[in-house]
Design a binder for this molecule. Sequence first.
Ligand code: FRU
Length: 605
Amino acid sequence: MKYRVTLLLMFMNIGICLAQHAGLKVHHLGANHTLIQVLEPQKYLLLPIEEAAPEATVNVLVNNQCDQTLNVRLAMNRVDYLVPFNLEEYKGKCVSFNIHTGNSRANVRDAMEDACWGEIVLSNTYHAENTEKFRPLYHHTPLWGWMNDPNGMFYKDGLYHLCYQYNPYGSMWGNLSWGHSTSKDLVNWKHEPVALVPDGLGLVFSGSCVVDKNNTAGFGKDAVVAIYTSAGASQIQSLAYSLDNGITFQTYEGNPIITSDKECRDPNMFWHEKSGKWILILAAALEKEMWIYSSPDLKNWTKESSFGKGYGAQEGVWECPDLMELPVRGTDKTKWVLICNINPGGPFGGSAAQYFVGDFDGKTFTCNSNPEVTKWMDYGKDHYATVSWSNAPENRHTVIAWMSNWQYANNVPTQQYRSANSLPRDLELFQGEDGECYLATTPASEIESLRAGAAMKYGSFSAGTRKVSKKLPIVNSGVCEIALELNARSAEMVYITLANAKGEETVMSYDLGKQVFSMDRTKSGLTEFSKDFPAVTVAPCPKGNKQALRLFIDRCSIEAFEGEGRFAMTNLVFPDEPYTTIAISTAKGTCKVNNLIVYPLNVNK
Ligand code: FRU
């Protein structure tokens, strides 16, 4: 019978049109082909997504011309969530969606059974209120959809702009665009319209923005100029500019502005005062090199040098570079730091950010350490694609990371959105005990403005092998900052345990004999979504019995900073219920805890 219906349809050469979609005409044309005409447009077409479904190719036709192509996991078996396609920009035009599902279907009747066709709908509203218990309260997240690298960050007229790798059409990697948020204080974020979307040259991968104060490019004084990777059949570098402070961008008709036969991406640029030129660093991903270019006008670039062959961690691809001049604490010297994100090959598997300290003469970066020296910016598993804000006030060098890891980023237990940024951090250099220069990473001081309500001051106390336990705040699922000083005295191992009543715990420890701080998230809560998630991460800590620590806890993350920023460690955790206690104990002997303070945190509503 099924066979006969298919044959009949083939002979009649017609599609099947369902009538139940208000304002839409849905034509099921073949086993892998559906056409949807929008007859009475509303603000959005809501697309039903199933994350386990394969990507369908959705060609958006405007007056029958293809305007853009999206890859969307249209639901087959069940609808996980809806994402909005914005129809407003096509007002007054005829819009249709030509969809190739790419599934191996036997016939059109089977294809019609897909769950998406029952729930695809026009709507004037889209509900973006948070539905996720793990959504961080004070870390930046997109309202919905996927986010990876922070990129194109700049400061202008009192606002910090944060763009990011964004998929508006599902919470897994794809359709890379630049999402955009702004903030006056780096901690309270406002969501802005998407800044850059894929075009004929490809997806919009990572890049950077500068404020062209002297109109070197000719787009206008103070134009915001973005250079990013267009990722199509190959990776080329493109330019776009904004004359309204980054709210809308115009792509440059002369794109691409840099090409290469190698896989190159993530251009990062800055104005180099001494040589009077723009400098751009490009990651030659598979060569494990950073290529340095210069330009008078942001459009014409000359390759000056390359850095990296044989230096530092070489296991994975090199991505997302940054180059900046930083002061060395306690001296009047400065040094140049080249940030190089690598994936895989991080110290605990997967993605991580390494850096090199050296000199830069306007053309060449020279590393001051031996090639075999590897320095890590952060000793956790969830700190990647770290780059800085350009044009930041008071010559500050503030960075932000993507708080995830390519090993499991697509599988973490959220659905409405996926991934958050780390806290913003200010960078300086300090001279280590071995004479090398290292990065000091301090949480941006603006974070202190999040302290809300009465601080919980636990003062000073001793702890031994039996845990001394103190309460964490209840409000806002216990999100807080914890500050403490430790005098380990006779104890060689000191444990700091965050736990909940379900027995889930994250255990941090100082092994002062070995001079290491570690964080064990193997029993931290949900871990089974990836074999690579359970982990113990380890950082070198300063010499001596006295240690100072700051911890920042949000709904799915812990960031640990040594008191003077001499190590940072960022790890995701997914406790089924918030942690309610912090406990201190030792393996043997006693330690003293001084000035344990817990600050409940909140954002401005
Ligand atoms: C780093 C990265 C970049 C690239 C982007 C694509 O996480 O792979 O190299 O530009 O993500 O989303």
